[in-house]
Each structure stands twice: as C-alpha cells, then as structure tokens.
Design a protein around this ligand. Structure first.
Ligand code: ATP
Ligand code: MG
Length: 249
C-alpha cells in the first residue's frame, strides 16, 4: 500500500492550468523533493493533497484510501500535515503556545475528551516534547516570547516544529528554506533529518534552494506547467536535459 498516490490531477484558474494531469506515487516513507520553476503547480498540488482546494479532475489516495472528496480537517486528522509557503504562525502567542496548540488533537469531540481525561502528566509530557523540539531548532530561549518577535527564519523553524509535533504520516513542506539565512539553514536541514530519523514518515518538500534539497532528499519529483516532468535521484534529475530546459525556458 502506497503512502500517497495522486492521479490525473487537474486544476484550472480561469485559463491557467495550474495542474494539468499531474500524477505520481510515493510508495514508502522517505525524504522526497518536489521542485519546478515558478508557477509549475507545486503549491496547488499541496493544496489539493491537503484538501484546501478541490481539483477539477483526478484522485488522491492516502494509505490505500481514496480521500479525493475529504475536507481538509478530516485529512489532517488522518495524518496529513503541511507548512505554508508564506509561513504561518500565531504571532500574538508565545513560541511554546504555538507548538502546544499545534499538538492538540483537532475536533470538538477530541477536545472535550481531552479536557475530561487527560492528566497533568500527559500535559507535562507534551510540554517537554515541545521544549525538546524547540531546543533542536535553537528556540528554547524564546519559548515564552511572542512569535511576532522572531526573525523570519526563526518563524519558519517555529512553524516546522509545530507541524512535526503532530507526528503526521505525510508531511508537506512548502519552501521551508525560503527566507532562512545561511546560518539557520543547517539547523533547518539537521532538524528535518532528525525528525525523519525519529518518525520515519513520508516528507514531501517543495524547494527552490537546489543545494538544500539535493542534499536532503533522495528522490526528486520535478513539475513543470502542471505536470510531472521528471523523477529520480538528485544526480539523475540534475543531469536531465528536460529539467534544465524547463528551468532555462
Ligand atoms: N488561487 C489562485 N487563483 C488564480 N491563479 C492561481 C491561484 N493559485 C495558483 N494560481 C496560478 O496557478 C499556477 C500554479 O501556481 P502554484 O502556486 O501552484 O505554483 P508553484 O509551483 O507553487 O510556484 P512557486 O514556485 O512560485 O511557488 C500559477 O500560474 C499561479 O499564478
Ligand atoms: Mg508555490
């Protein structure tokens, strides 16, 4: 059973074909890159897999189940998490509260059960885990600082910690390295590698920073004009004339 199978995805915005028969399979846990020139359809593909945008045609299967019609909250509960290209954190909340909020099971039923049955010990365990992850990205000293006071790169790291707190089965990261200064890039890639070593799930990472993604991912999917153009190991993709042409053209 594959982790993710997208087939024949189409999505048009007016005359723009953001997705034009896009399809690929992710068979097993791993670090996967999703690259392509601006406007290739990468974020739209994430929107469709996460369920925030409905495709015009095609299907999305997650762990053997056809989830094409599922709303985004059901997919999140099922184990699909994402970060956003423009980076989303709760600016007024402290870093720790941002992470604790992300760790809460969503849905009224689960919240009520949590209030009734979860013990102080459980809350302490979750807080300890949040602090451990914050320290992995060197934000432990900012745990009680409102997120608005962080640098842009630190906000990205905070968003990442928040998405990893739910230990998703499938994680979609949209340009995690964008706007992150070189000093923090290593912290970022080390963090993703550590999370992969601990969680061993499927991480699909959109990135324009080629050095970053080629060093991190073992399997790269290349999109161009709404389609999958190429797929393979970093050396295969980097040597592909089609890929070169797509980027240059
Ligand atoms: N909500 C929308 N309304 C109209 N057009 C859209 C919308 N979302 C995406 N598009 C268009 O669809 C195409 C694909 O966009 P998408 O954001 O998926 O590309 P991308 O590969 O993520 O690009 P980038 O690398 O610049 O983030 C683009 O031409 C974009 O302008
Ligand atoms: Mg995008």
């Amino acid at each position: 059973m594959s982790v993710l199978e997208v087939k024949g995805l189409r999505k048009a915005y007016g005359g723009i074909h953001a997705l034009d028969d896009a399809g690929f399979v992710i068979d097993s846990p791993g670090l996967y890159g999703l690259i392509g020139p601006n406007g290739a359809g990468k974020t739209t593909l994430f929107d469709v897999v996460a369920g925030t945008v409905q495709a015009d045609a095609g299907s999305v299967c997650f762990e053997g189940e056809n989830i094409t019609g599922w709303p985004s909250h059901r997919r999140a509960l099922g184990g699909i998490a994402r970060s956003f290209q423009e980076c989303r954190v709760l600016p007024e909340e402290t870093c720790l509260d941002n992470v604790l909020f992300a760790a809460q099971p969503k849905g009224l039923g689960t919240c009520v059960r949590q209030l009734v049955s979860r013990s102080n010990a459980h809350r302490r365990r979750v807080t300890d885990e949040a602090m451990r992850l914050l320290s992995l990205v060197r934000l432990q000293g900012h745990a009680h600082t409102p997120a608005a006071q962080l640098s842009f790169g630190q906000k990205r790291l905070l968003e990442l910690v928040s998405v990893f707190m739910s230990a998703p089965q499938l994680l979609l990261l949209d340009e995690p390295a964008s706007g992150v200064n070189p000093a923090l890039l290593e912290v970022l890639s080390d963090f993703i590698r550590t999370m992969y070593a601990e969680q061993a799930r499927a991480f699909l990472i959109v990135e324009h920073n080629m050095e970053f993604i080629m060093a991190l991912a073992s399997d790269i999917i290349v999109m161009h004009q709404g389609k999958v153009l190429e797929r393979g190991s970093p050396p295969i993709v980097q040597a592909s004339p089609r890929v070169l042409e797509a980027y240059l053209g």
